[in-house]
Write a protein that binds this ligand. Structure first.
Ligand code: ADP
Length: 420
């Protein structure tokens, strides 16, 4: 396939918006499918199919305008889209490559299959499986045991509290996760959720979280952005420091994981990997088959951003390794910190935006979302760092984070002092 110059994106949020900005710079047409007329990407798209992202007929319409289709996120109707693929609609990545990535349970199965390090886990409904009953006559107590249907939930062998429960699909930014500290927590969770859609993981005592954005082209070449450190606050990404001053072996280990995953899946496009790093080495927490919050810094800090990589890969072009064009960068997410109604003239946080944009070497990205509830990702700011020495650069980053915090506090209920 020759280079596609018109790309369709299912989704119209901030990731599609930043992709549309990169598309403009590169002279690529970008069409989007998104439900809201005010959605971030609408104003920049070459055309819009206004429909829910799971509306397959709308995706067919989108495909009629484009030479390749990709996705803003993994909440797609793979079964429904099969018919389009059968009719020759070129999805990049391919639907089969996406299949194991669209839910956390199939991701865990995939990682186990590939022997890639990841937290031990079990499907939540396993706790309701009947415990093994000793054969009659072996255990006199068995006769008086309560009927199996009333048996309390039991953790599988080898697991102990605390545990991390997660919705297999539909969760993001910590929505759809629950820490379990006791049987009571487990029972409360079972009351509240559909057990067949949840998994439970060991709680990992990591030192810090890392992430990498990788991409593979149609020729099979894999490239990676630098490994970064991500910092979450109440399970939502708060800031990202690039690059993480990893030693060569760690960088290589991360790249090898990315390359083996992308190659084994025959995946074309950008894929992001979130990792835990600590006493047990590296563990993969999550895969995102798309551009990712942890790669936003690349817009200013690299000579090819994650959005450039996505456009190049989806349009069938060859990728080259992106390089940093500054010693480093700090990206800070701007989460709504006050309840503001859409009609409120202050809803757009105008003063804070001006103050952030005026910081030296700062690049503000405001997503223009309608509605600004507390905790919602409304934008981000990337600050380019000057220090060459990793320790000095980290110190510089923490000072710059402090400057941002003076203007833009964390949402309430937060422990603002936690910034390591
Ligand atoms: P989401 O898809 O909602 O972002 P994640 O699985 O990425 O959910 O989890 C959000 C955050 O919760 C992670 O970045 C990490 O800080 C924490 N977390 C997730 N899984 C575990 C785990 N097994 N052990 C300890 N902390 C975890």
């Amino acid at each position: 396939m020759g280079p596609a110059t018109s790309i369709g994106i299912v989704g119209g949020g901030q990731l599609a918006w930043m992709l549309a900005q990169a598309a403009r710079r590169r002279g690529v047409e970008l069409h989007v499918q998104t439900p809201g007329p005010q959605d971030p990407a609408v104003g920049l798209a070459s055309s819009v199919v206004q429909a829910e992202v799971r509306d397959v007929a709308a995706t067919r319409e989108l495909a009629s305008r484009c030479s390749a289709i990709s996705f803003e996120n993994e909440w797609v109707d793979l079964e429904g889209l099969k018919a389009l693929a059968a009719d020759g609609v070129p999805f990049v990545p391919d639907l089969e490559a996406l299949r194991p990535l669209v839910c956390k349970r199939s991701q865990r199965e995939l990682l186990n299959r590939f022997n890639l390090p990841s937290p031990a886990w079990f499907p939540l409904d396993r706790v309701m499986e009947l415990p093994e009953v000793p054969a009659a006559g072996e255990d006199p107590a068995a006769a008086s045991a309560p009927p199996a249907t009333e048996a309390p939930p039991q953790l599988p062998q080898g697991f102990a509290y605390p545990l991390m429960a997660k919705a297999a699909s539909g969760g993001y930014d910590g929505k759809g996760t629950a820490v379990l500290r006791s049987d009571a927590d487990l029972e409360a969770l079972l009351e509240r959720v559909e057990a067949s859609n949840w998994i439970v993981e060991e709680f990992v005592a990591f030192d810090l979280e890392l992430a990498v954005v990788a991409a593979r082209d149609q020729m099979g070449d894999v490239v990676c952005l630098p490994v970064v450190q991500t910092h979450q606050h109440q399970q939502v990404c708060d800031w990202v420091l690039a690059p993480y001053e990893a030693n060569h072996a760690l960088q290589q280990a991360v790249r090898n994981m990315a390359a083996s995953l992308l190659t084994a899946l025959n995946y074309v496009g950008v894929l992001s990997i979130e990792l835990f790093y600590g006493p047990r080495g590296l563990m993969i927490n999550e895969l995102a088959p798309r551009t990712h919050n942890s790669g936003h810094y690349s817009i200013e800090a690299c000579d090819l951003s994650q959005f450039d990589l996505q456009l190049l890969a989806v349009s069938g072009q060859q990728l080259r390794e992106p390089a940093l064009q500054a010693p480093g960068a700090l990206m800070v997410n701007l989460l709504g910190f006050e309840q503001r109604s859409a009609e409120d003239p202050l809803a757009a946080y105008e003063l804070q935006r001006q103050a952030l944009a005026a910081l030296p070497d700062a690049h503000l990205h405001w997503y223009g979302k309608a509605g600004a509830s507390v905790g919602r990702k409304l934008g981000h700011v990337t600050l380019l760092l000057q220090q060459q020495d990793p320790a000095a650069r980290r110190q510089e980053a923490m000072q710059r984070l402090e400057q941002v915090r003076q203007i833009w506090p964390l949402p309430p209920g937060s422990d603002a002092g936690q910034s390591s």
